[in-house]
Ligand binder design. Structure first.
Ligand SMILES: Cc1ncc(COP(=O)(O)O)c(C=O)c1O
Length: 403
């Protein structure tokens, strides 16, 4: 007899949970911080380290060349890109900064961005403003939340615009920015486009051709369910053929061919650094393959549906404020529970076996000030979470709020 859709969804959930040793220990609702890794990822990292201890680090990297290449191929498949367009680096911030450093900003040059770009990206723009005289233009938001594409279009008309940089899903709310529409606008204006996909990778399907981006940065440990300490940068053929390279290119990114000259590495690896944790590279590859097996649309769709269920349930509580705004919402839920600072709530919940995180004003000053909130609880389910776990969270929050 054929399985019904409900039966096959239940079977898939059971498999995902079996593959995830951590779900038996805690209710993990901090996937926007770092998700629980599946057993295959933990194994890939641990096995490689164990082999390194026996064979030697450089020697094992040579032996494992095919497995390392397979990690590039898996990340590329996740982005609908080619392996030559993938650089692997330490984390999303390094990836973003490597891309940013490829532009020789002059005083008066303009970077166009949004009011919801990630804190470290905003800090880098401010640093460029302070040290290089770069002008930062933040496009206006729409009334319902999220950047207004027409405002971006207008900003890109300024003559000295050198870059459009947009965070797809910010760290502090479920907002999903219209990155595909913005890609079209950037292309029309002939402005390079850098996307921070850190909170999108593993939850939202990525097709770099549809995004029309020049660069896209992400990390392994969030919705992609990879290990900590590794991330990647997509570099388009357009960026490669323009000869873009990071300001501090190292011996991985270039060949020192004579005393005063170097030749760039042909592919995206010109954005890498020479030293790597290959154990983490294999872990990243295992995570990307696992995400493809689950299906990013399928897994991400379930994560977002769980987040919507949670928002509906939190909205019903008197005085609690669900803070996520925007036409489309990702799996990040932010809520202000009156009377208890979010960092304290996180600790109290952790004592009860529930992992969440706090988002503070300083992480996103523009958005948090607009919402008039100092701290909010951030709850970020993934597809391996259950409705029962969400109900346990809500009931724990109710009892903490009533205490
Ligand atoms: C939207 C966004 N971008 C970038 C980052 C930085 O990622 P990483 O810590 O891997 O550098 C984060 C981390 O939370 C994030 O949420």
């Amino acid at each position: 007899m054929r399985e019904s859709p409900a039966e096959s969804a239940a079977a898939a959930l059971a498999t995902w949970r079996e593959d995830t040793p951590g779900v038996g220990q805690r209710i993990h609702l901090n996937n926007a911080g770092a998700a629980l890794v599946p057993a295959c990822v933990a194994r890939a990292v641990a096995d490689y380290l164990a082999r390194e201890a026996i064979r030697g680090g450089y020697e094992l990297a040579d032996e494992a060349a095919a497995a390392i290449e397979a990690s590039y191929a898996a990340v590329a498949a996740l982005l609908a890109a080619a392996p030559r367009n993938v650089a692997i680096v330490e984390n999303a911030t390094v990836a973003f900064f490597q891309a940013l450093s490829a532009f020789d900003f002059e005083p008066g040059d303009v970077i166009v961005t949004t009011r919801n770009d990630y804190i470290s990206n905003q800090l880098a723009y401010l640093s460029l403003a302070q040290r290089r005289g770069v002008v930062i233009r933040r496009a206006e938001d729409q009334p319902a939340g999220g950047v207004d594409p027409e405002s971006v279009r207008a900003c890109l008309r300024e003559p000295r615009v050198r870059l459009l940089a947009v965070t797809w899903v910010p760290t502090n709310s479920g907002l999903v920015q219209p990155v595909e529409t913005l890609g079209g606008i950037a292309e029309e204006a002939g402005v390079p486009y850098l996307v921070d996909a850190c909170q999108a990778a593993g939850e939202l399907a990525i097709d770099v051709a549809r995004l029309r981006c020049d660069f896209l940065s992400a990390t392994a440990r969030k919705y992609l369910r990879g290990p900590r300490g590794i991330g990647f940068l997509y570099v388009s053929d357009r960026a490669l053929s323009r000869g873009l390279f990071p300001l501090y290119v190292d011996m991985r990114g270039a060949n020192w061919c004579s005393a005063d000259a170097f030749e760039l590495t042909a592919d995206a690896r010109r954005f890498e650094n020479w030293e790597f944790s290959y154990a983490l590279v294999l872990g990243l590859g295992a995570a990307a393959r696992y995400a493809l097996e689950v299906g990013v649309e399928r897994g991400g769709g379930r994560a977002r549906a769980l987040a919507q269920t949670l928002r509906a349930s939190l909205r019903g509580k008197l005085g609690w404020r669900v803070l996520d705004r925007g036409e489309h919402l990702a799996a990040i839920v932010t809520v202000e529970v009156p009377g208890i600072p979010a960092p304290e709530l996180v600790l109290r919940l952790r004592e009860r076996g529930i992992n969440t995180s706090a988002t503070l004003r300083d992480y996103a000053v523009i958005d948090m000030d607009e919402k008039r909130v100092v701290s909010a609880l951030r709850v970020s389910p993934h597809y391996y979470n259950t409705e029962t776990e969400l109900a346990a969270l809500v009931s724990a929050l109710e009892s903490l709020a009533a205490a």
